[in-house]
Ligand binder design. Structure first.
Ligand SMILES: [Mg+2]
Length: 399
């Protein structure tokens, strides 16, 4: 007999297993938005067309932690609900995520802008620690097992008495939640991004590309103590590695300038590069620099488009590509898989007529193919098939 108050079952649960192949779109269709907040579902209006109706001050794209982001997302949920159940009001929200800090803020913003009741499930797996689950007063449940999502759902419906029905909105985080579950399968997501940086730098520098120098620069500057310089922005980091690889400055010089405050932030750096590059004759590099600089000045938070395109290809290459019989440990290290337990709960929720939207903070350029790639058969990430990996939890879910 399954007892949701008892976590022991998670220690003794059957090993992780491959549960066939699937796509996020099997359950969510195109009810997906990537960072630009443009719904993939053509029935829903874009931010550019509807920002006034959404209650925004202008058409600039809010980031995940900002309150206007919650406005856009909940407005889209309401509009989507209206499309298939006219007159049906949303009264409560369920949020599935992987990051205690940012997903909590995004969840609280949703409650604040709507007045809905809500509950969030946030997991980051630590398979070598005893299973834990903590139900906080603010509606957020934190756990170190993806499988505990069944315990949480039982707790929600049985102990809290929450009725899941058409008045329920569900927000599913994609990155490291539905795809590449944090603590279990997030390595290949990070690897795809790093490969994207490396490939664009190698492409621009050609024979001058120094793999070891690139690795050193990337590992060093990717650390949080450089966030005042990189703003934790991977596009800025990729561009900086390119400039170091091109020899415009050495890694040591840059570290020195950052630590003494001579180089305050990335904007100063790119201006400095701009002044030096006008005397250079490296056309490939100048071309990339001009494009990045133009996007940056236009306020685009992902100015290094060429890098993100490489990241997209590196990500797709890591989905569903391994044969069915590779050991599970290797699969979780190399292939971006769907998180079986999250999928099982999404399916359970869908059967109860909720309205769902999946969110990704990955830039659209790293998530959706170009028109040319589309004609070659490339798909947006939520439509790419890959293996589903998880513990079988179906029989633990509430009836
Ligand atoms: Mg995430």
């Amino acid at each position: 007999m399954f007892d949701y108050r008892d976590l022991k079952v998670l220690s003794t649960a059957p090993a992780l297993q491959v549960q066939g192949m699937g796509r996020l779109s099997d359950l969510l269709d195109d009810l997906v938005v990537y960072r630009r907040l443009e719904p993939m579902d053509p029935r829903l209006p874009s931010l550019q067309d509807a920002w006034r109706d959404m209650g925004l001050a202008d058409s600039s794209i809010p980031r995940k932690l900002e309150q206007p982001y919650a406005r856009v997302v909940t407005w889209l949920l309401q509009r989507a609900r209206e499309l298939d159940a006219p007159g049906q009001k949303i009264r409560q929200v369920i949020y599935l995520g992987d990051t205690a800090t940012s997903d909590s803020i995004a969840f609280h913003n949703v409650l604040q802008v709507t007045g809905w009741s809500g509950w969030a499930f946030i997991a980051s797996e630590q398979a070598d620690a005893p299973p834990t689950i903590e139900h906080r007063d603010d509606g957020i449940t934190l756990t170190n097992r993806w499988g505990a999502i069944a315990h949480w759902l039982c707790w929600l419906t049985e102990e809290q008495g929450v009725r899941i029905d058409a008045s329920t909105a569900v927000i599913v985080d994609i990155d490291k939640t539905a795809l590449g579950g944090r603590g279990r399968n997030s390595t290949p997501i990070d690897q795809a991004r790093m490969e994207g940086v490396e490939q664009i730098v190698a492409q621009v520098l050609g024979e001058r590309f120094d793999h070891d120098l690139f690795q050193r620069a990337y590992q060093e500057l990717n650390q949080s103590r450089y966030h005042p310089f990189t703003a934790d922005n991977q596009d800025y980091l990729a561009y900086t590695c390119l400039i170091i690889g091109a020899g415009l400055c050495s890694l040591e010089e840059l570290i020195e300038d950052i630590s003494t405050g001579r180089m305050a932030d990335f904007e100063q750096f790119i201006r400095w590069v701009d002044a030096r590059l006008c005397r250079a004759d490296d056309l490939g590099l100048i071309d990339i620099h001009r494009t990045v600089y133009a996007h940056l000045r236009a306020g685009d938070p992902t100015p290094f488009k060429a890098f993100r395109r490489q990241e997209y290809l590196a990500t797709v290459r890591r989905m569903g590509h391994l044969p069915n019989d590779v050991p599970i440990e290797r699969r979780l290290q190399e292939e971006i898989c769907l998180t079986g337990e999250v999928l099982a709960v999404v399916k359970w929720l869908k059967e109860r007529d909720v309205i769902m939207l999946a969110l990704s903070d990955k830039p659209d350029e790293a998530s959706v193919p170009t028109p040319e790639q589309e004609t070659e058969g490339y798909l947006p990430l939520h439509r790419v098939p890959t293996h589903i990996v998880g513990h079988p939890i179906e029989e633990w879910l509430p009836r």
